[in-house]
Write a protein that binds this ligand. Structure first.
Ligand code: NAD
Length: 273
């Protein structure tokens, strides 16, 4: 099926749907990412903190797909200008890549402006094709915008049908920053995949609830990066661009918003943004 694309505020095109690798053990990451790319995924999401950048890079470099056609995201684990500059170089070396398509600040740090300044410098040096943030709320994004030389292009925040992030979505749209969802399927821990209203819509299109959710989010102009190590699910999650939800169906799913995650996070996760 044909992949959808969004455009970032610097003109870079980004696949509307990518492959997540959180909690993917390094030993099985290269094989899973290779499988995903082979199936047609063109965007991969990793992070310094996932410990699998090297394996993601190996899969990208061994894929046989032109580097220009792939969109590789990583995330900083550092705080401050110098350590972040060093961290970006270490990530590139570890992944054996000349550039990342996107690097984002994984969580707000004690020195967001220093951390972001390093991203800007690496962007200007051609090591990053786009930069942005993750788990930043509107006031933290606004603070960055106020001082930034390079406007952030993406904010990756927890978003699913129970937590649609409507206020943030509007804020990001107004600022021409792309809303990217993490845990679009509720990490497999949320009851969202067996939500009756979504089951009914899924039956109509002969799709799974996961596919309806991913289609819903991408139709809202939200980038998604579902993760799976199950070959059936990996293929299924990509196959969401051959149907379109009607306005009525979009409204039904919009009405499922609860303003918070359907996941019972173990500790303090999922609080920010
Ligand atoms: P997800 O919402 O993508 O859910 C993944 C889980 O859902 C799988 O482990 C599996 O249990 C289940 N699943 C997947 N496909 C399915 C299908 N078709 N049918 C039924 N069940 C299915 O959760 P995630 O991995 O946490 O989030 C996606 C990606 O977002 C991550 O892999 C990571 O790359 C990124 N992420 C970023 C942050 C951040 O702080 N920026 C935090 C969490 C995740």
């Amino acid at each position: 099926e044909k992949m959808g694309y969004f455009e970032l505020n610097n003109g870079v095109k980004v696949p509307a749907l990518g492959f997540g690798t959180y909690q993917m053990p390094p030993a099985i990451t290269e094989e899973n990412v290779a499988k995903a790319i082979n199936l047609g995924y063109r965007s991969i999401d990793t992070a310094q903190n996932y410990g699998n950048e090297a394996e993601v890079g190996a899969a990208v470099n061994g894929s046989g797909v032109s580097r220009d056609d792939l969109f590789v995201t990583s995330k900083t684990q550092t705080s401050g200008y110098k350590t972040t500059l060093r961290g970006i170089d270490e990530s590139l070396r570890s992944a054996q890549l000349d550039y990342f398509d996107l690097m984002i600040i994984h969580w707000p740090t004690i020195d967001n402006s220093g951390t972001y300044k390093a991203l800007e410098e690496a962007y200007q040096a051609g090591k990053l094709r786009a930069i942005g943030v993750s788990n930043f709320n509107s006031s933290k994004v606004q603070k960055l915008i106020d001082r930034a030389e390079v406007k952030p292009m993406i904010d990756q925040i927890e978003t699913d049908v129970y937590w649609q992030q409507n206020k943030m979505h509007k804020f990001l749209n107004q600022n021409n920053i792309l809303h990217e969802s993490w845990a679009p399927l509720g990490e497999g821990l949320s009851p969202v995949l067996s939500e009756p209203a979504i089951i009914r819509i899924a039956e109509k299109y002969q799709k799974s609830t996961a596919q309806v959710i991913l289609r819903f989010l991408t139709q809202q102009h939200i980038m998604v990066i579902p993760k799976s190590t199950n070959p059936v699910h990996i293929a299924e999650n990509l196959n969401v661009f051959d149907f379109k939800l009607t306005d009525d169906e979009l409204d039904i799913i919009k009405s499922l918003d609860q303003g918070h995650s359907g996941v019972n996070w173990p500790s303090s996760m999922g609080q920010e943004a």
